[in-house]
Design a protein around this ligand. Structure first.
Ligand code: COA
Length: 321
């Protein structure tokens, strides 16, 4: 038994924040941001619009694409680091919003790797025969926890949501998933406040993403190179055997390094970072959905999905779409 992606969906908030807009906020410029990250603009959730609001739109689109109703779903997984509230989980809120039955519903916090982690868990549940239909969502309002005076982080992130419906099938489907973490790198990328520690951050105050960008960059390039090898080896595939790379959208230079490692032309790489920025757990399903809806990714194509994020966490999925 395999799991197969039956439908995808995504949603972006309406408000666009351009690099030019950011020039008015911090000491930066459009040319620097484009050159160092590939980002041109990003979306910002409207006031009062929550992660669950974004997730709902993406989930409804994925369900419609799969031809399934909310009540058909056996398990709901939401990857997010920006939940509406501490609890109930965003998955529980979304379950109620969609009018699903009493299926299991939980969040995964694996930062930018949240959707890949969710896909991996969903795949294991389906392969084990425990459930037949799983809705996996990656949804974030990361701009809610940016320090808008810190130019090294506030130019990088955006809001959005993406989703996929997985169904049990005799044919693949997801060929393999690979997930990893190394908490030894937690100091390089973090939001240093929380319930148990208290909401007072030291030495800096407030709820904000803190990152040692150039260190993260180096580890990301190296680690993504390793997971690409691991994924190909696990499936006894070579570098020429992939149709598409659907990477996490953090930085165009990181994406290009992974494509180079795979000896793939940039024509075979789905890039949305220019328009979305880094939407964390939403970035891979947003890119996937965009490529599916535009007709670039077709049924039967072989895709490599990968992500890297705070934790550090990283993961991949090899998928026959
Ligand atoms: N505008 C203009 N200058 C900026 C800037 C901005 N928005 N942000 C940083 N700079 C400056 C720095 O202050 C530094 O100046 P200095 O040399 O005078 O000290 C200079 O640019 C170089 O900074 P550095 O951090 O070394 O740049 P970089 O080439 O590594 O690019 C990132 C910075 C953040 C774009 C890059 O490191 C990156 O993308 N890292 C990984 C991010 C990531 O993947 N994060 C999430 C993982 S999910």
């Amino acid at each position: 038994m395999y799991s197969r992606i039956a439908g995808t969906g995504s949603y972006l908030p309406e408000k666009i924040l351009t690099n030019k807009d950011l020039e008015a906020l911090v000491d930066t410029d459009d040319a620097w941001i484009r050159d160092r990250t590939g980002i041109v603009e990003r979306r910002i959730a409207a006031e009062g619009q929550t992660t669950c609001d974004l997730a709902e739109q993406a989930a409804r689109a994925a369900l419609a694409a799969s031809g399934l109703a909310p009540s058909d779903i056996d398990l709901l997984i939401v990857g997010t680091t920006t939940p509406d509230v501490v609890f109930p989980s965003t998955a529980c809120l979304l379950q109620q919003r969609l009018g699903m039955g009493e299926c299991g519903a939980f969040d995964i916090n694996a930062a930018c790797t949240g959707f890949i982690y969710g896909l991996s868990v969903a795949d294991q549940f389906i392969r084990a025969g425990t459930v037949k239909r799983v809705l996996v969502v990656g949804a974030e309002t990361l701009t809610r926890m940016l320090d808008w005076s810190d130019r090294s982080t506030c130019v990088l992130f955006g809001d959005g949501a993406g989703a996929a419906v997985l169904v049990a099938d005799q044919e693949p489907g997801i060929l393999s998933t690979h997930i990893h973490a190394n908490g030894g790198y937690s100091h390089l990328l973090k939001v240093d406040v929380g319930v148990s520690r208290g909401f007072k951050a030291e030495p800096r105050g407030g709820l904000s993403v803190q990152m040692v960008g150039n260190e993260v960059f180096k580890v990301a390039v190296n680690t993504l190179g390793r997971i690409v090898d691991e994924t190909l080896e696990a499936n006894q595939l070579g570098q020429g055997d992939l149709d598409w790379l659907v990477p996490h959208q953090a930085n165009l230079r990181i994406i290009k390094a992974t494509a180079k490692k795979l000896q793939m032309s940039m024509d075979q790489v789905i890039v949305t970072v220019d328009r979305h920025g880094n939407t964390s757990a939403a970035s891979v399903p947003l890119a996937l959905d965009e490529a599916v809806r535009s007709g670039r990714i077709k049924r039967g194509d072989r895709l490599l999905l990968e992500a890297f994020g705070g934790g550090f966490t990283w993961g991949s999925a090899l998928v026959v779409f």
